[in-house]
Design a protein around this ligand. Sequence first.
Ligand code: ADP
Length: 163
Amino acid sequence: MSTAIYPGSFDPITLGHLNIIERAAKIFDELVVTVMFNAAKKTPMFTLEEKLEMVKKSVAGFENVRVESSDGLLAEYAKQFPGAVIIKGLRAASDFEYEFIMDQVNKNMNPELETMFLTADHEYTFLSSSIVRELASYGAELKGYVPDVIIEDIRAKIAEGGK
Ligand code: ADP
């Protein structure tokens, strides 16, 4: 059985992420979407529980997709899925530079670990979680940026003062 792991911070999940999930789920028998936390990234807008909940809601329609979380190193985490490959989305050359380095670092720790890249669909190349957070903080329309099922969750977070 082929397994892929799609890691990310998903703060929050966007339609760009969902597009990668949909495509990877067609290629692999099983896709594990892993919400990574405790990374070097700055303080997230959403708590881990909120991010997990939003990812779970968004992928509810996919039979072969499950959602997990990890606060460890991806290369270590992946060892529990022998033979699994890592899926990354590429939007621009800047994504490639970063991901290329991450791949080398991961291979140093776990030489068996392969990373496969899916290029972003053209309609999502501009889309990132940070753009969504920015739009949300100004009360802008979020339809077309994030899955419909999480729009209310983002609105609620903004209403309670999250940014
Ligand atoms: P972001 O960079 O938006 O904060 P993450 O760190 O959660 O997102 O990204 C997780 C993975 O999803 C990375 O491989 C990233 O390149 C990819 N990704 C993010 N947004 C898109 C998009 N719009 N299209 C394709 N891949 C994407």
